[in-house]
Design a protein around this ligand. Structure first.
Ligand code: ACO
Ligand code: ACO
Length: 156
């Protein structure tokens, strides 16, 4: 697969069109997803018309964008699509004149933390107990209880 030619990224205009099953892979709370979708832009990645990935980004201050959600369909993971989508977001918002892009993930998200740093994000701070305070169920990944949010930043 050649991502440059086979993968097509487009912005979704209607909230009803959003691929909720994919968005809840990244964020198990549909309520949280709905709350940031309402104030953000949503982009989907398609291969031959099939939606294989998504990201949601919105302004958090005049100069700063947050990527609230990024997900790749399970059968397409590990082929570079997540990295491609993140780089698309970084390029898109740099061209739009923003100065900083932020992303937050769980303390247990080892692979995601690797990916974000490979794309140029650096760790900035921790929000202790973010997931235990805001989510009803306990989340486990890589055998680790997901409790704290790690915030990362990438200068544009
Ligand atoms: N150690 C080191 N590197 C790792 C590890 C690890 N444990 N796990 C992954 N990586 C690296 C890979 O080696 C690869 O880097 P490389 O290209 O230099 O080899 C990179 O991370 C993964 O790249 P992709 O193949 O582009 O990733 P993928 O297409 O699978 O997308 C994603 C990543 C979006 C996290 C996907 O796995 C997914 O949808 N997961 C479920 C949803 C999720 O957790 N989303 C993020 C939640 S946080 C948020 O939404 C803000
Ligand atoms: N994702 C998820 N879990 C992982 C990953 C990963 N990428 N890598 C390791 N783990 C988990 C393993 O699954 C295992 O957990 P489990 O028992 O629940 O399966 C655990 O981490 C590793 O456990 P051990 O086998 O006990 O670790 P080991 O005997 O290899 O010792 C150590 C770890 C000390 C880090 C060793 O690898 C080492 O000497 N590395 C080089 C020196 C080093 O880096 N030291 C630490 C520097 S920081 C400091 O010194 C304060």
């Amino acid at each position: 697969m050649n991502l440059g030619t086979d993968l097509h990224i487009r912005q979704i205009k209607e909230i009803e069109e959003t691929p909720m099953a994919l968005l809840t892979l990244a964020d198990p709370s549909e309520q949280q997803v709905q709350s940031y979708l309402a104030k953000s832009d949503c982009y989907v990645a398609e291969i031959e018309g099939e939606t294989v990935g998504v990201y949601v980004a919105g302004e958090i201050s005049k100069d700063t964008i947050e990527i609230y959600n990024i997900a790749v369909k399970e059968t397409f993971q590990g082929q570079g699509i997540g990295k491609y989508l993140l780089m698309d977001g970084v390029d898109r918002y740099r061209r739009a004149g923003y100065k900083m892009i932020e992303i937050g993930t769980g303390n247990s998200s080892i692979g995601q933390l690797a990916l974000y740093q490979k794309v140029g994000f650096r760790m900035d701070r921790v929000i202790p107990d973010f997931f235990t305070d805001n989510y009803e169920t306990h989340i486990y990944e890589n055998g680790i209880w997901c409790r704290d949010m790690i915030r990362l930043k990438c200068q544009l």
